[in-house]
Design a protein around this ligand. Structure first.
Ligand code: OAK
Length: 833
């Protein structure tokens, strides 16, 4: 039981422990102690980083007791546990989030004030763990928060990359990548577990033999063994005692391997082996789409999967016992196909190490795994060459062949004579160099498959996995994504959180987001609208200050609509459609300087994969357009353009609260779900969007009249593509469109260089795979409607309030409850705070 918070100045130690006490006095005492005993500093000489570390340790101490208790209860109750297998966790800063989840954000702030600390500056000091690329990794982080909050026992397994997603800086308008050194000053949130470590093997060959009972067995003789060491981060739920575990693996050289080499006097060789082993968890691949043949990437995937499955087996043998019940103890969710090798690895461990028969191992494996697909983009579907597999994971290749052989027999029996179907469904793509289709392995090895938004899940059934759906429709599900309101409202937008709490008269909405509906009754209240607007303007002011300092752009939070598109740079997300609109407004203003238009700040943020030339050129284009517009006094009172450098979780938290308008303009059918769309809308931004991904469901929830819709449907896109899409016709058929593209090509934005943006403009005119030109006119018309409504504040504010009020569905708590009920069959294990 946490003692009630007191405002007394009684010595902390008199009634509560300074490492667990939640009173202001305890927090102050603990903070000073941690500064002294952990950082070895006193106030006068402490650096900002020392001050942050002391705060982090003060908070961590308060999580540990609950963590240990959770582990004890989970163990003794033999609770069923979810293992979330993900190559990425885009966590964002921990400190503020843990303060909120512990329920001590306010008292800690007061304690800080009394110690004369700059609380904001301390929070700013934290370096975020950027162990993910974008949507998929951030979703995993939201799900970890919600699993703990809805009190589901869970372990998140992944990789402790030494270097996360690169830091982005902008030089001369171009993206420049800098390595992310997030561990440079230590990580107070993790606890190394050197005793929890497993060998991971690579290469070599297999031997088939008969064991003492004359059963056929296989052993794998690898030519390289490394070891994976666990680093644990506690994940506390909001307002509950449940603390789950994020267990990330670091690759190290095995001691024995080192030792052997030393014995023969090969010092250099030993050091080399150590470096080679450590390379495996060194760096996150920064691409959203895998490039074929990246051997290290496959090594990474197998590395964390093998450690995780070995750990699960160890935990099971320690607590419950017989491996026949493994799937009753654990359910493992595959976050896309990156961990799909787990299917073969569990088979291997059960059969080769634990002498389980194929049939029993297969029944266990299939009952353990579930697979979430996160994209339909063909270039992002993982396949690995059979040759690479044979070299790196020879035993797994044998197992995959056998899974495939048995599976294709089933297909043949079911669909007599349909060999084309057999080829389509095979785990091996035989066309053009044999490759293993990881999505097929994930589907065949799982008991459930799901997409991440309603449209996406339908498209999975009708396109990507059509044959599989026909064969076993009951295994296909939808679980629409969600995001955590703790981080994305309470932590990032405290002013809004406070206002909501005041209007609702409770803060229950933080764990029950549906109760935001109570705001609906006040949507037309002019007093609320005025305060709502103040909250928004204050957030815009904060962002403007930050952007002035970090992007050198001056925006007026008072008069300008903040129109924001923040997400990875990708052609399918169509940042260039947004740019075409900006250029149109620019041209209109030049033609008619007295155009009484609504002033707008066009704000962008996002990283491009370092090898994705077109995405990098789009960043350059945004900055080039910004340079011209921001320096043109004829227009810069009306429009400004800003590119936020280094869009990550921390910087995202500055954007979401400050947005009036959220740009969700992907080509219909391409964005599996999107989650930024949810974060913006939860913070009172209105959405301009296509009928894509979760936009469709957001619009359904907030009401069509509170959502700015434009563009083709996925169905219309398909039809147009089937007919033969000709962007050229649009270019020549629309004067304004032509003149906008021509203005880019003219060199106006590139100091007269007519070549710079030619790859982009030519690609649009001649290929335009994401149909920017086809949606251009509808987008402009929609943007004009938006300006009209923004000019009517009462109407806009009402829509904004209704957006927030109706976003309950998009809490990741709802998503996790759906997984728990429909997919995992798992019950909460409540633990009191
Ligand atoms: C990354 C690598 C491979 C496959 C998919 C991804 C990915 O990040 N996909 C994104 O996942 C998000 C979470 O489900 C979705 O919201 C995005 O639409 C999707 O692009």
């Amino acid at each position: 039981e946490a003692p009630a918070e007191t405002e007394t100045e009684a010595p902390a130690t008199s009634h509560e422990h300074t490492r667990t006490g939640m009173s202001k006095a305890s927090l102050k005492q603990a903070y000073i102690d941690n500064l002294f005993y952990i950082q070895g500093r006193f106030r006068e000489v402490a650096t900002p980083h020392d001050l942050y570390m002391a705060a982090a340790f003060t908070v961590r101490d308060r999580m540990l007791e609950r963590w240990v208790k959770s582990a004890q209860v989970y163990k003794s109750s033999r609770a069923r546990t979810v293992c979330y297998l993900s190559a990425e966790y885009l966590l964002g800063p921990h400190l503020a989030n843990n303060l909120v989840n512990l329920g001590i954000a306010e008292v800690a702030q007061r304690a800080g004030e009394e110690l004369d600390l700059d609380f904001k500056a301390i929070l700013e000091e934290e370096e975020e763990p950027g162990l993910g690329n974008g949507g998929l990794g951030r979703l995993a982080a939201c799900y970890m928060d919600s699993l703990a909050t809805v009190q589901i026992p869970a372990i998140g397994y992944g990789i402790r990359y030494e270097f996360g997603i690169f830091d982005q800086i902008i030089e001369d308008g171009w993206q420049v990548e800098r390595s992310d050194t997030w561990l440079r000053n230590g990580n107070p949130w993790e606890i190394p577990r050197p005793k929890i470590s497993f060998p991971v093997m690579y290469g070599g060959h297999t031997e088939h033999y008969r064991d003492q009972a004359e059963r056929p067995r296989v052993r794998w003789i690898p030519d390289m063994v490394i070891s994976g060491v666990a680093y644990d981060t506690p994940v506390l739920g909001y307002g509950v005692g449940n603390v789950n575990l994020l267990r990330l693996w670091k690759a190290e050289a095995t001691e024995s391997f080192d030792f052997q080499t030393f014995n023969v006097g090969d010092y250099y060789g030993a050091v080399h082996a150590k470096i080679e082993a450590e390379t495996i968890s060194k760096v996150l691949y920064p691409n959203d789409d895998p490039e074929a043949g990246k051997e290290l990437r496959l090594k990474q995937q197998y590395f964390f999967v093998s450690c995780s499955i070995q750990d699960m087996i160890r935990l099971h043998l320690n607590t419950v016992g017989p491996l026949e019940t493994f799937h009753e103890k654990f359910v493992a969710q595959l976050n896309d196909t990156h961990p799909a090798i787990a299917v073969a690895e569990l088979m291997r461990l059960l059969m080769d190490d634990h002498a389980v028969t194929w049939d029993d191992a297969w029944a266990t494996t299939r009952a353990t795994f579930c697979y979430t697909n996160h994209t339909l983009l063909p270039e992002a579907l993982e396949t690995w060459s059979v040759a690479l597999f044979e070299r790196l994971l020879p035993r797994h290749l044998e197992i995959i062949y056998e899974i495939n052989r048995r599976f294709l027999d089933e297909v043949r029996v079911r669909y007599l004579g349909d060999e084309e179907r057999v080829a389509r469904m095979s785990l091996i793509d035989e066309a053009g160099g044999r490759r293993i289709r990881m999505a097929h392995l994930a589907v065949v090895g799982s008991r459930a498959v799901n997409g991440v938004a309603a449209l996406h899940s339908e498209l999975i059934k009708t396109t990507l996995l059509k044959d599989f759906y026909e064969m076993a429709p009951e295994r296909f599900h939808n679980v629409t994504n969600g995001v955590t309101p703790r981080r994305f409202i309470v932590v990032s937008n405290p002013r809004l959180a406070e206002l909501i709490t005041e209007v609702c008269g409770h803060d229950r909405w933080i764990r029950d987001l549906d109760s935001l509906r109570e705001l609906e009754a006040h949507a037309d209240d002019p007093k609320l609208q005025a305060r709502w607007r103040e909250v928004k303007t204050a957030a815009k002011r904060d962002l403007a200050v930050w952007l002035k300092r970090h992007a050198g752009v001056l925006l007026d939070p008072q008069t300008m609509m903040f129109d924001i598109q923040a997400k990875r740079l990708h052609e399918y997300k169509r940042q260039h459609l947004n740019v075409l609109h900006i250029i149109r407004v620019y041209q209109r203003l030049k033609q008619n300087p007295n155009l009484g238009m609504v002033p707008r700040a066009f704000i962008f943020g996002g990283k491009a994969a370092p090898g994705y030339y077109m995405a990098k050129l789009m960043i350059k284009l945004i900055n080039a357009v910004a340079e011209v517009i921001n320096n043109d006094p004829q227009v810069n009172g009306y429009i400004r353009v800003a590119f936020m450098p280094d869009f990550n979780v921390k910087n995202g938290q500055r954007l979401y609260p400050a947005a009036d308008l959220s740009e969700q303009i992907s080509l219909a059918g391409k964005e599996a779900s999107g989650t930024g769309n949810m974060k913006f809308s939860m913070n009172g931004a209105l959405t301009v969007g296509t009928l894509d991904g979760a936009n469709i469901e957001i619009r359904e929830e907030v009401g069509a009249e509170n959502f700015f819709l434009f563009g083709m449907t996925a169905e219309e896109v398909r039809r147009k593509q089937d007919e033969g899409y000709r962007p050229w016709d649009y270019y020549h058929g629309d004067q304004e469109l032509k003149s906008d593209i021509d203005l880019i090509a003219s060199g106006l934005f590139s100091h007269g260089d007519t070549n710079l943006f030619r790859p982009l403009t030519e690609h649009l005119i001649h290929q335009d795979p994401f149909m920017v030109l086809a949606d251009y006119r509808a987008y402009l018309e929609c943007q004009d409607r938006i300006s009209t409504v923004y000019d009517r504040p009462a109407e806009w504010d009402r829509m904004s309030i209704l957006n927030v009020a109706r976003m309950g569905k998009f809490s990741s708590d709802r998503s996790i409850r759906e997984y728990a009920e429909r997919i995992w069959s798992i019950e909460p294990q409540p633990l009191g705070a």
